[in-house]
Design a protein around this ligand. Structure first.
Ligand code: 5GP
Length: 209
């Protein structure tokens, strides 16, 4: 079976990543979403084991000690990390695995696995970013401002990513993301075995002439 593609989806807080991923996963069944561990408190509507695995700082630091995380980072005062086992398991099953993580984590994964495809999602402009952050009503003003400051920092490094996705129209954004991921299956790097097989076939054919 062909191994799945590992994808990192990053983007400013309030860029609509969650909504894009939810819609993508409800439409297509070739995806697996890694559920992260975090020390941040659950927001209204979030569920343990679905949105995140919620941990205390002590529990999270224990996971680090026991080498249970593929990567981890701190973001606006909280730890976030990707549990190790699930990612490899799903890739082996042929699923395209999405990690919805921020820049520091993206850098760690890229170093460990250069084949990862990194995508940065952004709203069309900064104004809609602030509106979305305030509009969802899940954070107080101090947290919103801290997240906007973090977005300013992250904006400097957007060009480290392989692809940029503008989330203006949700349906279009989801289709573009799906097409982008699908196209990765055709990359030469992922198809070396097939290339060698065809090469040998062509060689045998021409020698037999
Ligand atoms: P939020 O608190 O809004 O759910 O997430 C805050 C930031 O943490 C987002 O940029 C999100 O992509 C990132 N994040 C979520 N899970 C992980 C993770 O496992 N590792 C890293 N490095 N970042 C994560």
């Amino acid at each position: 079976m062909e191994k799945g593609v590992l994808i990192i989806l990053s983007g400013f807080s309030g860029a609509g990543k969650d909504t894009v991923i939810k819609k993508l996963m409800s439409k297509y069944d070739n995806y697996a979403l890694s559920i992260s561990a975090t020390t941040r408190a659950p927001r209204v509507g979030e569920t343990e084991g679905v949105s995140y695995f919620y941990k205390t700082v002590e529990e999270f630091e224990q996971m680090i000690k026991e080498d249970k995380l593929y990567e981890y980072a701190q973001f606006v005062g909280n730890y976030y990390g990707t549990p190790k086992d699930y990612v490899n398991e799903q890739l082996e099953l042929g699923k395209d695995v999405i990690l919805e993580i921020e820049l520091q984590g993206a850098r760690i994964v890229k170093e460990k696995n250069p084949e990862v495809v990194t995508i940065f999602v952004t709203p069309p402009d900064a104004k809609s970013l602030k509106e979305r952050l305030i509009g969802r009503g899940t954070e107080d003003m101090a947290t919103i401002n801290a997240r906007l400051r973090r977005a300013t920092e992250e904006a400097q490094y957007m060009d480290e990513y392989d692809y940029l996705l503008i989330n203006d129209d949700l349906d279009i954004c989801v289709e573009e993301l799906h097409t982008l991921i699908k196209s990765q299956h055709f990359s030469v790097n992922r198809n070396i075995k097939k290339i060698n097989h065809i090469r040998e076939g062509v060689k045998a054919f021409s020698e037999g002439e």
